[in-house]
Design a protein around this ligand. Structure first.
Ligand SMILES: CSC[C@H]1O[C@H](OP(=O)(O)O)[C@H](O)[C@@H]1O
Length: 363
């Protein structure tokens, strides 16, 4: 999407063929571009959330394999790279999807052919993500159009965390319908959950929407239920890091609470996802999806811009206070109104997903 009128993706190759990314840790205050010269840099970028968001994690991993094949295309290197990148973060299934894609392509090839093939496939994965998110956005747009027609007025949408273009290669998932609705002239307004502890909403989603001139308001994570009780939310739309074959949705911590509030107040709760985010092997998200536990420091400290203008981190709790930091939770399918995919919208159920992905239903 555009930053000050200039089109960006979140990951790209520069004129010298080097992979570069937006280092999202410094947004919204600083736009820092970083090269990723080797496998270690790719692993650090994913693990330390220079890049984050399920589709972008997958795309970054694919490029990480491609860059490593230019350094060492041996079988051992391919095996080790799968392992090194896979262990960076456990929850987003796109990481394993992308690594498996690269493994399936490269393993049968002679090592001498692997680097070129890997680079080609990594670029394809990025382009496929952009197109899938554009397509799912068009499907999600229909939901927003229907609400706008019914209300004959502003459509108020609540979203949690950042499932924007910064979480993907471009367009975003939850934000793609919003961008397309705004482009069509529909009056949309977005309540942006700050999304503690890392504030992806406050720092990333708010920055995205502000950059695109989309009306929005930042709210604390605990305000969503109140807004829904008072009829101020027409729909909730979020992304996901892994959705099971029966429609259970794993997403940033706090999503489940929004789904409960939406269900209690009759507010439609949609999840936007490209199909690499579906884990077809799982049917019980609560029991089977690994939930990443991140550092206590992410909870006990918060990052921001100091009055002097530099970015800093401050402690918000007593020295003696520890913290738990589960980074995701699972929303059961029964609380999900619909899944918005690149192939259309379906119920969060095995039947719904099978209707859109019959090749998967056949196993
Ligand atoms: C379109 S996937 C976005 C998804 O990823 C985020 O997690 P993180 O920032 O920790 O990578 C969050 O769960 C978003 O909904």
């Amino acid at each position: 999407m555009k930053i000050d009128g200039r089109h960006f993706r979140t990951i790209w190759t520069n004129d010298a063929g080097q992979v570069e990314i937006i280092d999202q840790r410094w947004l919204p205050h600083e736009l820092r571009i970083k090269p990723l010269p080797d496998r270690a840099a790719f692993a650090t970028a994913i693990r330390d959330m220079w890049v984050r968001g399920a589709p972008l994690i997958g795309a970054t991993a694919a490029w990480g394999v491609a860059v490593q094949m230019e350094h060492d295309p041996s079988d051992a290197s391919l095996t080790e790279t799968w392992q090194v990148l896979h262990e960076t973060r456990p929850t987003a299934i796109n990481l394993k999807w992308a690594l498996d894609e690269m493994e399936r392509l490269l393993r049968p090839l002679p090592p001498a052919e692997r680097a070129a093939a890997a680079r080609k496939r990594a670029a394809e994965i990025c382009d496929e993500d952009v197109e899938a998110n554009r397509q799912l956005g068009a499907h999600g747009l229909a939901v927003i159009r229907e609400i706008a027609a019914r209300k004959q007025g502003r459509v108020n949408i609540l979203t949690h965390c950042n499932a924007g273009w910064l979480a993907t290669v471009d367009w975003g998932t939850a934000t793609s319908p919003i961008y397309q609705a705004a482009e069509e002239g529909i009056d949309v307004h977005v309540f942006v959950d700050e999304t503690r502890p890392r504030n992806q909403g406050a720092q990333l989603t708010a920055w995205e929407l502000a950059s695109h001139g989309i009306p929005h308001a930042l709210v604390v994570d605990n305000a969503g239920g109140h807004l829904m009780q008072h009829g101020e939310v027409d729909m909730v739309i979020v992304g996901t890091d892994r959705t099971t074959a029966n429609g259970d949705v794993c997403n940033k911590i706090g999503t489940y609470l929004k789904a409960l509030a939406a269900h209690d107040n009759g507010v439609p709760f949609y999840v936007a996802l490209p199909s690499p985010t579906i884990d077809w092997t799982l049917r019980d998200g609560l029991k089977e999806i690994p939930i990443e536990e991140r550092t206590a420091r992410e909870v006990t400290h918060v990052q921001g811009r100091a009055p002097e203008g530099h970015i800093t981190e401050v402690q918000i709790s007593p020295d003696a206070t520890g913290a738990r930091n589960p980074a995701f939770d699972v929303t059961p399918a029964r609380l999900v109104t619909g899944l918005i995919t690149e192939r259309g919208i379906c119920a969060a159920s095995p039947e719904g997903l099978a209707a859109l992905f019959p090749e998967r239903a056949r196993g």
